[in-house]
Design a protein around this ligand. Structure first.
Ligand code: ADP
Ligand code: MG
Length: 335
């Protein structure tokens, strides 16, 4: 039974008589999507868990291999694909997870070398947006970005830059180093990510980071970066230390819940937020093919972000008169 205060003297009681997370079906009411809000999963009280970039700009999703992180990202991407939002991806596993979404991506980096080129461009884009805010609001050009309190939402609609969400699948792959030179590059990338996380919100730049672990082993600055990723989703992890990395600093009581997740339900996770609250959630199943089809269908919504053009992934050219891509792949008739 769930009790939610509605107003003074009135509480809402919700009785959920079975485990809604065993077979996830999103309530219909979850769907009229608003900008930068994606009902990405179901909570155990049968309410949608909404990933809201306006209130929680950056998030970290942790989990062991096959725990459901990529499924979570996929669901988010297909939700955002239908909105006027630029999507950028870093997937250093050669793009196996994110390349299928290429038609809707404004930028894709599939190895650390490409990522090291993309990140400073995103930082520059963010700083340009701050400069635009300064110019429009008559703020002295020399004012440090950190002191600016207004954001892109205060700009007139015609001048407002489009929101950008950067997805990083498997952050550890990005930070893997073999040589001293790699180490320098990694430190630079961490610094760029920290900068994006510190200043991104006001510029409409958001981070969604996924990883198996996220501790000091990722190198200098990793803990500082993690502190900026205030939204947390913890899928089953291999050890308590990882659950602590995911939730310990924001919702300590959720650590035990994350460690107790039954492994037979992939995608089950504990979501915490900086208010100290947490809930068990699970994304609905979405196949890679269906998510890719959503991206193909919404390819025309890909916003034009000039700075990101060099990073736009190649997309197979389809003749203009080709029939529309079906949402589900046709199955050959057998028999
Ligand atoms: N929410 C879910 N509902 C049903 N099955 C899921 C869910 N999340 C993950 N799975 C299953 O688990 C597998 C591994 O998930 P994936 O997201 O690729 O894990 P990870 O990225 O953490 O390694 C998926 O291929 C899928 O079969
Ligand atoms: Mg994965």
């Amino acid at each position: 039974m769930y009790v939610t205060p509605v107003k003074p003297g009135v509480v809402e009681l919700r009785l959920v008589g079975y485990d809604v997370l065993r077979r996830v079906r999103m309530p219909k009411s979850a769907h009229p999507a608003e900008l930068l809000k994606v009902p990405v999963a179901l909570r155990e009280d049968a309410l949608p868990f909404v990933r809201n970039y306006l209130t929680v700009p950056h998030q970290l999703a942790l989990g062991a291999t096959l725990s459901g992180k990529s499924m979570y990202l996929r669901t988010l991407i297909s939700g955002l694909a239908r909105q006027p939002v630029a999507l950028a991806g870093i997937d250093c596993k050669r793009g196996v997870e994110l390349a299928p979404f290429a038609p809707r991506l404004s930028a894709l980096a599939t190895d650390p070398t490409e990522a090291a080129e993309l990140l400073p461009v995103l930082v520059k884009e963010m700083e340009d947006r701050y400069d635009l805010i300064k110019a429009r609001q008559g703020i002295a050009p020399g004012t440090p970005y950190e002191e600016i309190t207004s954001d892109v939402w205060g700009l007139p609609e015609k001048e407002r830059p489009v929101p950008v969400v950067l997805f990083v699948d498997e952050v550890a792959e990005l930070f893997m180093t073999a040589t001293k030179k790699d180490e320098e590059r990694r430190d630079e990338m961490v610094t760029h990510l920290i900068r994006l996380a510190q200043l991104g919100r006001a510029a409409g730049v958001y981070l969604e980071v996924c990883g198996q672990r996220f501790g000091a082993e990722l190198g200098k600055g990793a803990t500082m970066l993690r502190a900026q990723l205030t939204g947390r989703v913890c899928h089953p992890v291999n050890d308590e230390a990882s659950a602590k990395m995911a939730l310990g600093d924001i919702a300590p009581e959720a650590v035990g819940a994350a460690c107790a997740i039954a492994p037979e339900l992939p995608g089950l996770a504990v979501a915490g937020d900086t208010s100290g609250g947490w809930s068990r959630i699970r994304t609905p199943y979405l196949s890679l093919g269906d998510a890719a089809a959503v991206c193909q269908e919404s390819a025309e919504l890909t916003p034009y972000v000039p700075a990101l053009m060099p990073f736009r992934p190649p997309v197979p050219v389809r003749p203009a008169d080709a029939p529309p891509v079906p949402l589900t792949k046709p199955r050959p008739v057998t028999g």
